[in-house]
Design a protein around this ligand. Structure first.
Ligand code: BMA
Length: 255
């Protein structure tokens, strides 16, 4: 039980990587404060782990909502040792076809949310003298797909935020980023469905990883759990890829 007696805040906790991470943390003994706008799925997940997970209907891109949800969660489960900034959305368009509204939405949900959650979680960690913030970025912070300019920018910003938090709040608070390749989540499935034949982008994603498959959300959840544990006590300020070898091979070089 790696996280026995500890509390974690997880955003985007209703589905995908977030929900899988809730499950891993509960298994490892943590109490989890779940933040998400998807109340239906969030309540289902929290219900499965009653007494160990509590769901708050919270738009993490709104400062007031974050402040209130974290205050209530802390009143219920105690000060957080961990914050996992996982909430994220995707949109497909290049710069010339991206509206100001879409740009702002991606930046607000994918990045500003992490800033707000860190702002209200870190003071508790400082009071305890210890804490870990994990920002969920993407392999797209290093390599970019086409047509996802706002997403790529937001995920790259998460690396800068990671470094800043690590520098400003170490040694008490560690902060790291995880950069997953394609993971089988509702976000990715929604992306496939934007194509007339979703099987085509799915197979492309399978093939671009050396593993010849996409990841399961729990594989990322386990990695996040490890990064929060004392086994990773020397890891801070960096971004770690968990990407099935995506991008390491020069295309066409395999005989
Ligand atoms: C993720 C998402 C996925 C994509 C993966 C690898 O962040 O954008 O849709 O397959 O990066 O590029």
């Amino acid at each position: 039980m790696e996280h026995q007696g500890r509390t974690a805040i997880i955003t985007g906790a209703s589905k995908g990587i977030g929900a899988a991470t809730v499950e891993v943390f509960v298994r490892e003994g943590a109490k989890v404060i779940m933040l998400d706008t998807d109340a239906e799925h969030g309540k289902q997940v929290a219900g499965k782990f009653a007494g160990h997970a509590v769901f708050y209907d919270c738009d993490v891109s709104k400062e007031k909502q974050v402040k209130e949800a974290i205050a209530q969660g802390v009143a219920q489960f105690g000060k957080p040792s961990y914050l996992v900034n996982n909430a994220g959305i995707q949109r497909y368009a290049p710069v010339t076809e991206t509206s100001e509204e879409e740009w702002d939405l991606l930046m607000n949900v994918n990045v500003k949310s992490a800033f707000f959650c860190a702002k209200y979680a870190i003071p508790h960690m400082q009071q305890m003298g210890k804490g870990v913030v994990v920002n969920v970025s993407s392999v797209q912070a290093m390599l970019s797909q086409g047509n996802v300019c706002a997403y790529v920018t937001s995920k790259t910003a998460m690396i800068g935020l990671t470094r800043s938090i690590a520098v400003d709040y170490g040694p008490q608070v560690r902060c790291v980023a995880v950069c997953p390749g394609t993971v089988d989540t509702p976000l990715v499935r929604w992306g496939f469905e934007q194509s007339p034949d979703p099987e085509i982008p799915y197979q492309e994603c399978v093939n671009m990883h050396l593993t010849k498959r996409i990841a399961q959300p729990v594989e990322v959840g386990e990695f996040i759990s490890y990064l929060c544990s004392d086994k990773a006590a020397f890891m801070t300020g960096q971004a770690y890829r968990i990407d099935g070898g995506l991008g390491v091979m020069i295309p066409g070089s395999k005989q």
